[in-house]
Write a protein that binds this ligand. Sequence first.
Ligand code: GBH
Length: 492
Amino acid sequence: MVTAFLPALLSMLLHMSVAQDPYFVYPEVFNDTERDAFYYGTFPEDFQWSTATSSYQIEGAWDADGKGVNIWDTFSHETGNIVNDDNGDVACDSYNKYETDVSLISNMGVKYYRFSLSWSRLLPNGTIDNPSEAGLQYYNNLIDALLENGITPQVTLYHWDLPQDIEDMGGFLFDGFPELFNNYSKYCFEQFGDRVQFWITFNEPWVITVLGYGEGRFAPGINGLEDERVYISAHNLLLAHALSYQTYNTSFRGTQEGVIGITLNCDHFEPYDPSNETSVDAADRGFQFMLGWFASPIFKTGDYPEVMREKVDFKSAAVGLNHYYKDRDIISWQDESWPTSGSEWLRPVPWGLRNLLNKIKNEYGDDIPIYITENGISTEDTDNLDDTTRVQYYQSYINEVLKAVRLDNVNVKCYTAWSLMDNFEWASGYSERFGLHYVDFSDPARPRTPKDSATEYARIVADNGFLEPKVSTENPETTPDSADRPASAAIY
Ligand code: GBH
């Protein structure tokens, strides 16, 4: 009895001593032992590790080989819309350097790559009447190069670069938009579907509608926040997604055997006072007006979230006016104690991701497969290769995903680091850098150099998670004190 009991007791003590020395990635700010302690373990065998970019942000070659003009060409060429009046005319020059991009991915041991197709490069005037051979060739080359390197393409059909000709018809406000998008997507399934089995229709409908057709800070720069245009553009987008999904489902899925979905962005809203119902409801409304707006029609009821209908319908009837932000009826802010980044809107709060993943699971079903199609952090332009803040960010966020998978049984299938390399950060131009690789935009050759975060991401991918640090029990002094552990590879 005693001998059998003793080893168990010993191992318990060992575990306890490890538990007394938890590791925190952000010890100053997030140091709650229950919530923030680092969790060691690995992801399921078939977990997908990816990294992402988008066409306008990296390709350049804005008018090469017959490419049509898109709304970001137009918007960025207009003075005053972009920091420093930057534009994507050359960007990372990936139109000419795609083979280098493939080798960057390959060198990290990453097996999935999420990129987007430029609609106006493939169909210069937006319609299928006049496809571009050169555009087709470019994406065929990229896809083939990826496959030759054992990298699976994850293709976004629309990452914000609408053909200008379609915008001139009204863009997302045009009721013929769903059909135009459907034709374009069908063309892509036909051309690439023999090699692409992972499709995303739209990147971040919330951004397309609220920033593009509401606040007007993003192309096409329409100020429709105080009327119904935000809601109309969202509605047409949802109809376009549904049509394209049906087209894939009925005409392509059988032979091509792929999956098709949509990328939705959402901030995590934490109630200010979790014991106060008003506060809890407000946090939920924040979620419903951001994720629910698009996720509820697609994954739940076929209609907008109830609370959204209530608020918007009521205000439309009462005052005859809509205003997206006022319709939400919430006050939200970021805690000043949270760490900062190179972007004003972005602060790392790793536990927020775990909470958000759980919220999605509770809202849309226990087994709903979740693909994280972007996650990342910016640094200011003064950034160099020694990007500790990005290393910390990836460690902590991926660790929270691991907790969601292993401790909370959330069905997360994929994690994607945004971005493969520094690129054109929309209205911020080149003033903010999100890359795992540094790009020198002052050099015409646009050389790419791995940052520390690329090395760290490669290691997490190779380990498929986080291996227990090797603690020597014979010689405990060799165990680094948790406070001294650098936030990177050295803890292993
Ligand atoms: C992603 O959006 C995009 O898909 C990607 O293209 C982009 O490069 C990346 O994020 C980094 O931004 O400037 O104050 O108007 C993430 C969600 C929502 C974050 C809109 C930026 C604009 C804030 N984005 N938000 S602001």
